[in-house]
Design a protein around this ligand. Sequence first.
Ligand SMILES: [Zn+2]
Length: 414
Amino acid sequence: MQPTAVPADRLLERFLQYVRIGTAANPENDQYPSSPGQLTLGRLLADQLLEMGVADAHQDENGLVWGTIPSNVSSPCPTILLNAHLDTSPEAPGDHCHPQILSDYDGQPIVLKTGEIIDLESTPELADLIGHTLITTDGTTLLGADDKAGVAAIMQCAQTWLENPQIQHGPIRILFTCDEEIGRGTRHFHVKTSGADLGYTLDGGGAGTVDVETFSADGATVTFRGRNSHPSVAKGKMINSVRAAAEFLSNLPSQTLTPETTSDRLGFIHPYTIHGGVSETVIQFILRDFDTPKLQHYADLLRETANQVVQKTPGLEVHVEIARQYRNMADVLRQAPKTIDLAEQAYRDLGIPYRRDSIRGGTDGALMSELGLPTPNLSVGQFNIHSVREFASLNQMQLAAQHVIRLCELWTQA
Ligand SMILES: [Zn+2]
């Protein structure tokens, strides 16, 4: 079928306007949102939604932007939340982004102004993008297509619906969140106030993907407590927690169950910081697996290994504390298979090759799903995210908008 016309020039204009506003999340700042640029971009979006005719568009007291497009069909149909995040990753510079447009991409390596190169070796997906309009940076900053590609696509969908009332859709709730990149995307999100029955995040790479799985995730803090005394008179008295921590770490698997040795569906136990001294040493871990019950096994393995070390040294103590982080959204999406089936149907209807995928990480959708709102993630043309080599395909952003419009139409017939 013929996709709805979504004008590429307007989509590009929006995208360029949004990426020029620096919105890097700041993990050092406990305020919400963690950087002022997110409020600036949010205000602009709320104003633009109002101008389009989204009557209730507003930025709430936490900086989240909300808007509703009422249903234009008579049959009752579920309320769909469309979500993207305003912040960008703190892992690469985000301020003063100078987007560069590459029309009709010819397949050659892309050399940024800083000399940084994007080529087939680092980015095999480039082979599929010949003829596309690509947007890169000058190499000094990230682009912020993660997730301003999602923001721009949702904004362009809204405009398309308002200008074309013949395109059928049920009630749409638009939500732009803050600080997703530092794990705070849903801090001020409540399913009930959202009024939504299901959701989609537009925060994925390339085209044609429905992300239906994320990791399940826990954090673990392992604290060894020994006893300090002056080294000159330490014989028989000192209990060194640094040695205990070293032995504990070397007894954990290193050739399996680590991020360095796993991919695809394999999970891991990952120590990422250690600090301490003779009397106390603290090691922090993240535990990750698609299979949620395995997190319990990983926690048990940490406890057993720690206890083996402690048993050899009278007076040495260990505490293992597990903190729940997020859960694989597949556990929730299994109860709402239509959210995935219709997303695939919409790709089929538009002739876009599609696949289901799993993310070795989390999304706001994983947290929303856990809160009771089934929310898979959709492609929106992002590449090389969190780096100065980040770029976006305008053609794929346009496809993403067309896909969402078709998807929402399908929900009116579901
Ligand atoms: Zn993102």
